[in-house]
Design a protein around this ligand. Structure first.
Ligand code: ATP
Length: 222
């Protein structure tokens, strides 16, 4: 059974926190592959989102060292743009069902899927569309994000954790919640966009090729 990590996000833009999260998750959870899944229409974000083609291009640039190493199917990290091709709000439950249906036709039907979440997203989980069905399709692996703690969770999330929490991922395709730790990386796309608007130095926060793309395409200027 292969173990496939799924890292969803807006990636507007991708930054070193996302990359650190991906690398840490691969090691800590013994993933065979991790897929970045850029959201098409992130329905919980009220601001204007950068068009998917730019966010995808930046992901491609950031992951080039991994993608160039071998083809997308075999690379340790890859990109799955399925949400950007779908109409309407990008609900994770739809993504999981689509991946399961797609893989059912191949040998991957018994893959273990692991949805990777920072603590901000996990705390928010009970606001997601059909959130209580997610564990039918995947495991959830959570890490602490900077100061957003994992204690005093909202009631429904705490109850879910009581029922499904495990020390380590079991050899099953779905159904468990685990935690893993990563050194804090103090960056968010929101802070990054603000710094870019103010023409502050962000060279340590994004890969150089991504920064070049942002400048060439005049993204995040206003
Ligand atoms: P924004 O500030 O625009 O909301 P973001 O920086 O939170 O964006 P997302 O694309 O929304 O980035 O995040 C995708 C996933 O990556 C989420 O699960 C989020 O918790 C996680 N993540 C983002 N930044 C970090 C970080 N610095 N450390 C750990 N996890 C992170």
């Amino acid at each position: 059974m292969a173990r496939l990590g799924l890292l969803g996000g807006t990636f507007d833009p991708i930054h070193i926190g996302h990359l650190a999260l991906a690398r840490t998750a691969i090691d800590a959870l013994h993933l065979d592959q991790l897929l970045f899944i850029p959201s098409g229409q992130p329905w919980q974000k009220t601001r204007t989102i950068t068009p998917a083609k730019h966010r995808l291009q930046m992901l491609n640039l950031a992951l080039a060292p991994w993608l160039n190493a071998c083809n997308n199917d075999q690379a340790l990290m890859g990109i799955d743009a399925l949400e950007t091709r779908r109409e309407g709000p990008s609900y994770t439950i739809d993504t999981l069902i689509e991946i399961r249906q797609r893989d059912a036709n191949e040998v991957k039907s018994n893959n273990s899927l692991v949805l990777i979440l920072g603590s901000d997203q996990f705390r928010n989980l009970a606001t997601w569309h059909r959130w209580d069905e997610l564990l039918n399709y995947c495991h959830i692996a959570v890490t602490q994000r900077e100061s957003i703690n994992l204690s005093d969770l909202p009631g429904p999330v705490e109850q879910l954790l009581q029922r499904h929490g495990c020390q380590t991922l079991p050899d099953k395709t779905a159904g468990s919640i685990v935690f893993f730790s990563m050194p804090p990386v103090a960056v968010s796309s929101t802070a990054l966009r603000r710094s870019l608007q103010l023409h502050e130095d962000v060279t340590t926060l994004v890969p150089p090729t991504v920064l070049q793309y942002i400048q060439q395409n005049k993204l995040y200027n206003s």
